[in-house]
Write a protein that binds this ligand. Structure first.
Ligand code: FES
Length: 638
């Protein structure tokens, strides 16, 4: 079923005094999160759990009933005067409030793409010198720690695992220990003062590649970064084949779960050795991956994601312990899997939103993750919409006659000069095929020379001879069936001894792939009522998006025709966003709320998507992009 009806866009306004800041947010957002959203860091030590009492605000206007947490912190008189915990206080109508205390000396860092992020990890280490028990003081070991933490603003719980270790640790270290608190959980108790060592892991779990970062939670600095191929690649190249694998094999789900854990644990082992960090010093992990990858990591059946109406088991942020998930770090360490916006707009895109600040800033921006599935998010703090467009495997070099993945021997960039062709090949070896970025470049360059028409057809060899140098014109060849191709490498230049060609059919495949993504972009632009002139920036994300030449993307019409300097490759936006969510619990709160804020539009069955798709199949006319063809072509050949 399609869902063309946009979610409600009604907003409530919150005014913060004495800071003179006003924001408009969806009803139900907490005052704490709304303040964070606009860069006002209200004081807190409990990670917005309602326990530290530091986030107090006074409601001056607008009704906000007291919660149980408010009643625990405030007196009747204070409640009557309007004092509330901002982290518990939801704005369901317009509110004016007074914020007495912002976070003192917030440590901030430039992260993601020009984002000023306040560093405030969810993990706190508190050195404690406890009074040993006596006949006069027979409190339990856990009560003794809990009571010592309370004045510091922490109300903690402990797992059975932690309790099993507690008596020995406390007595072995003569009651001089460091409590490690993540949110409201006591995740570890270490002997002596270890407060200068605290680490976390951020993972971008891609279908093909997994990137892991070991981060120092005290400084925010990366300690080690490693990547590895996702071990599940042998069970299928894309998410659909992985889902099929779980459906067709009795142990498929547990096997894929074991394989991804082995990939992650292999990376963890390497990261810990490189960073000289012990497994028990890692207290938190944030993961960003598409819905299928995160389901497989958690051992949750992804079957329903692959079948209409495409439903994940869960879209909210999932929290579990390292022991439950199976990661080789401190067993009580918390694993946080970022949420999804839809079955096919995953946590990697939520992380991308954190990295770019797209849904938190003024000005309309477009984020596109180009792959077999094009994930598209458009908007600003005012309103953000997302969709997913099925692009097929052309961008990955599949279904292209001489296509291949981006690995050694792949042509990754093509430039056509006035008298010759220049290829850039991965690994600096003779070429053996063409990967997605090379395919885009080849078509864009052929459009620029005029050797390819807006319809995608190559010009006839005779016309080519009149337009370009003979060295280039002779590369347009015609087979016995009259089908034209363009030779990128002659047999003697290629590493395989066979010519590498771009066929007319390859161009059609690319047109379908780019038409699907461009059509999806068109639908969300219409949904928001914006045109290309309104776009401040376009971010190209994902392992493929980062390698695309922005000018080529523009020439083939993959993205709207904005000036090329506004198109930015944002590299591993998912990993960067996971890192931000690890280092700032405030940003993690933003990520948590994104599924409620971003409107997801399903494209399948939408008539306007089909219309847009057909309208953008052709390549744009060069003059519409402010470009000039090397040779003007008057008419299309037969
Ligand atoms: S009570 Fe700690 S942030 Fe609200």
């Amino acid at each position: 079923m399609t869902n063309p009806v946009p979610a409600s866009t009604a907003k409530v306004s919150i005014e913060f005094r004495p800071h003179d800041k006003v924001t408009r947010v969806p009803p139900g957002m907490t005052i704490f999160n709304a303040a964070n959203w606009i860069g006002l860091p209200i004081d807190s030590t409990c990670g917005a759990k309602g326990t530290c009492g530091k986030c107090k605000v006074r409601i001056l206007h607008g009704h906000n009933g007291a919660t149980a947490a408010d009643r625990r912190i405030f007196t009747e008189k204070e409640l009557a005067d309007g004092w509330r915990l901002s982290c518990r206080s939801e704005a369901n109508a317009d509110v004016v409030c007074h914020v007495p205390r912002l976070m003192g000396n917030p440590k901030a860092a430039l992260m993601g793409f020009d984002r000023h992020v306040i560093l405030n990890a969810n993990v706190h280490k508190i050195p404690l010198i406890l009074t040993p028990p006596s006949l006069e003081d027979q409190r339990s070991d856990f009560s003794r720690i809990r009571d010592a933490l309370e004045p510091e603003g922490y109300a903690v719980e402990a797992s059975l695992n932690l309790l099993r270790q507690l008596p020995a640790v406390l007595r072995r270290h003569q009651w001089h220990v460091t409590a490690v608190v993540a949110g409201h959980e006591l995740v570890s108790v270490e002997g002596g003062d270890t407060s200068d060592r605290a680490f976390g892991l951020a993972f971008d779990i891609g279908t093909t590649t997994v990137v892991g970062m070991l981060i120092d939670l005290n400084s925010g600095a990366p300690v080690a970064v490693r990547s590895a191929l996702n071990g599940q690649a042998v069970q299928g190249a894309d998410v659909i084949s992985r889902i099929s694998y779980t459906m067709l094999n009795e142990d498929g789900l547990s096997e894929l779960n074991r394989v991804i854990l082995s990939t992650l644990n292999g990376l963890i082992a390497e990261l810990l050795v490189e960073g000289q960090v012990a497994p028990h010093e890692v207290y938190e992990v944030v993961t960003a991956g598409n819905a299928t990858m995160q389901h497989l990591l958690l051992g949750v059946d992804p079957e329903a994601i692959g079948l209409e109406p495409f439903i994940p088991a869960v879209e909210e942020m999932v929290q579990a312990s390292a022991q439950e998930v199976g990661l080789d770090i401190l067993p009580q360490a918390q694993i946080h899997c970022l949420p999804y916006l839809g079955a096919y707009v995953g946590a990697d895109l939520v992380a991308g939103l954190l990295a770019t600040g797209l849904a938190q800033n003024e000005g309309v921006r477009l984020l596109v993750d180009v792959g077999t599935n094009g994930e598209i998010i458009l908007g600003s703090a005012a309103r953000t919409v997302a969709t997913a467009a099925p692009a097929g495997p052309a961008f990955e070099g599949a279904q292209i006659q001489d296509g291949m993945r981006a690995s050694d021997g792949a042509i990754e960039a093509v430039t056509i000069h006035s008298d010759r062709l220049a290829l850039q090949v991965i690994g600096d070896v003779p070429p053996i095929g063409l990967c997605g970025s090379g395919l885009l470049d080849a078509v864009a360059q052929l459009r620029l020379t005029g050797l390819m028409l807006p319809s995608g057809r190559f010009v006839q060899a005779e016309d080519a001879a009149a337009m370009v140098a003979p060295e280039l014109a002779q590369r347009i060849i015609t087979d016995e069936q009259g089908r034209r191709s363009f030779v990128l490498a002659w047999p003697e230049e290629s590493g395989s001894g066979k010519a590498i060609v771009l066929t007319q059919r390859d161009v059609r495949e690319l047109q379908f792939a780019k038409g699907s993504i461009a059509g999806g972009i068109e639908v969300v632009m219409q949904e928001l009522g914006v045109s290309s002139e309104d776009l401040e920036e376009i971010f190209l994300a994902g392992s493929f998006g980062s390698y695309i030449n922005p000018q080529s993307a523009r020439i083939i019409g993959l993205v709207p025709p904005v000036p090329v300097e506004r198109i930015k490759a944002v590299g591993n936006a998912a990993g960067e966003g996971a890192k931000i969510a690890l280092l700032s619990f405030r940003e993690r709160q933003v990520a948590r709320s994104l599924p409620q804020i971003v409107e997801y539009h399903e494209l399948s069955g939408r008539g306007d998507f089909n219309d847009s798709f057909l309208a953008v199949l052709q390549f744009p006319e060069l003059d519409s992009l402010g470009l000039e063809s090397a040779a003007a072509v008057e008419a299309e050949g037969p």
